[in-house]
Design a protein around this ligand. Structure first.
Ligand SMILES: Nc1ncnc2c1ncn2[C@@H]1O[C@H](COP(=O)(O)OP(=O)(O)OP(=O)(O)O)[C@@H](O)[C@H]1O
Ligand SMILES: [Mg+2]
Length: 244
């Protein structure tokens, strides 16, 4: 399968942007619309004038050399960095208009997976998935059932009672994916999620992303791994390093 490629710099049109209060009608659910966005850490942006459209149900791989800004892009999408210029709409929410008190509610609409699994060592796999559901007080009838379903989605229902140190790296990462999808986000952000894994564990972890994607979710994944990109991506965005 050949993967369509595009470069992030350039102009793309923007559809109607919803405010954070418009979620009742699901405007923009699972989508990303960036138009002319600059973002960075000081006065000098890392990403400049970036435009990007991601549709619901896309599987987008973000590639580019170390330091190009892949993690910075994911931080923008998660609301950790706000755009210096331009308009960033994620899951129907215009981040530039988002009031700080609504940030945690916005983040509950996303799932996040990192290279390090960041599981709590004294909690079982099931408890690791369940705890954020309870802490966020998300309106789910039986959170324990939902956490168990999420573990089943990643193929770990038989490991629900295991502690993280009793699991392989790939299994721990699948618990982290279950934790990221248990609250049923429309968008799953992943930053080099297989960076620490061997090929067998990588395939198992990627299967978990595929299951989320097959159920209609949008996946946005930064990766250095060209074979993953070629096998799983529906679309690829390459971030070019800034000219010196
Ligand atoms: N917290 C920060 N404060 C200041 N500059 C930062 C910060 N985090 C990243 N940068 C800079 O932003 C640029 C982009 O970094 P980023 O982490 O987004 O790159 P990356 O593409 O994810 O790289 P890698 O492939 O190594 O993970 C780099 O020049 C980096 O030094
Ligand atoms: Mg990075």
């Amino acid at each position: 399968m050949s993967v369509p490629r595009e470069w992030v710099r350039g102009d793309l049109p923007l559809g109607g942007a919803a405010s954070e209060d418009d979620h009742a009608d699901d405007v923009g659910r699972g989508e990303v619309r960036l138009t002319g966005v600059s973002v960075g850490y000081g006065e000098q942006p890392v990403l400049q004038g970036m435009s990007l459209e991601v549709d619901r149900g896309d599987f987008l791989c973000v590639e580019g050399p170390s330091g190009a800004g892949k993690t910075t892009l994911l931080r923008l999408l998660y609301g950790s960095l706000l755009p210096m210029t331009g308009v960033a709409v994620v899951d129907g929410v215009d981040l530039g208009q988002l009031r700080p008190r609504h940030m945690s509610r916005f983040r509950r609409r996303l799932g996040c997976v990192f290279q390090s699994y960041e599981l709590l060592p004294h909690l079982t796999a099931l408890e690791n998935v369940l705890l954020p559901l309870q802490l966020a007080q998300i309106a789910i009838d039986v959170p324990g059932d939902r956490a168990a379903e999420a573990l089943e989605m990643v193929g770990l229902d038989d490991k629900a009672e295991s502690l993280p140190h009793e699991l392989s790296g790939g299994q721990q990462q699948r618990v982290a994916i279950a934790r990221a999808i248990a609250h049923e986000p429309a968008i799953l952000l992943a930053d080099e999620p297989t960076g620490n894994l061997d090929p067998v564990a990588t395939a198992e972890v990627m299967r978990a992303f595929e299951v989320f994607h097959e159920q209609g979710g949008t996946v946005i994944m930064a990766t250095h791994d060209e074979s993953l990109r070629d096998r799983y991506a529906r679309r690829v965005v390459r971030i070019a390093p800034r000219a010196a």
